[in-house]
Design a protein around this ligand. Structure first.
Ligand SMILES: *Cc1c(COP(=O)(O)O)cnc(C)c1O
Length: 222
């Protein structure tokens, strides 16, 4: 496995307006340093303890994205440094991120995780619960978080039509939210979708952020 080669192939193929998150969860620091030496600066992790350990020892100009389910009691540990929380799935979590961001005098970018897959999942807003949350307007008082867009995961399937349909549903939902709630906010601009096996479909259907792990770093050993 050649991390630099894998990375360069993906970097070369994605358009300028699409950001690549290199998903380094379960991989050692050396792998991250290799990708870093290839110019990669955005890395994604899904466990607080693993991330905090890596963050403490790796270069300071890495932008860390939290891509997993984040428990509210863990927010305080990542609040000092996290660049983006990609999977905000409740108002309670958003509010806690705001509270911790205030303590560090920061503004933290967040994406609203939307459940678009056919599979059952405990996580993510449905379209309706997300609309309701935004409609209530309470989020407008959270001055230390920026709602920067939406994030979603397609069904784990080989059926490309199905994946495309789900990504398009997220793109359309983004457009709706933009129109209804964020029209005057340029910072609401991100659609994070697409992983190793479906990032090309994601780019075609409007992704601005893709999250790629195994295609860069190889299979994870859990
Ligand atoms: C692990 C993970 C990825 C990366 O998955 P790969 O298939 O290895 O590219 C992307 N997004 C989320 C939310 C993940 O948990």
């Amino acid at each position: 496995m050649d991390i630099l080669k894998n990375l360069q192939e993906i970097q070369a193929e994605i358009p300028d307006n699409v950001k690549l998150v290199a998903v380094s969860k379960f991989h050692p620091n050396e792998y991250i340093e290799t990708a870093y030496s290839g110019g990669q600066r955005i890395f994604g992790e899904s466990k607080e303890q693993e991330l905090s350990k890596k963050q403490a020892t790796l270069p300071n100009d890495i932008q860390w994205h939290f891509i997993g389910h984040l428990q509210t009691n863990k927010v305080k540990y990542i609040a000092p440094y996290i660049a983006m929380v990609e999977a905000v799935d409740s108002y309670k979590l958003l509010s806690e991120i705001n509270k911790q961001a205030i303590k560090h005098n920061r503004t933290i970018a967040c994406l609203l995780e939307i459940h678009i897959a056919q599979e059952e999942s405990k996580y993510g807003f449905t379209f309706d619960t997300c609309r309701d949350m935004l409609q209530s307007g309470e989020w407008k008082s959270l001055k230390n978080v920026t709602i920067a867009g939406v994030m979603g995961m397609a069904t784990n399937t080989d059926n490309e039509q199905e994946i495309e349909r789900e990504f398009l549903s997220l793109k359309h939902f983004f457009d709706e939210l933009k129109h209804d709630f964020f029209n005057d906010q340029p910072s609401f601009c991100e659609i994070s979708m697409g992983m190793s096996h479906d990032y090309r479909i994601a780019i075609r259907t409007g992704a601005t952020i893709i999250r790629v792990g195994s295609k860069i770093f190889g299979e994870r050993v859990y």
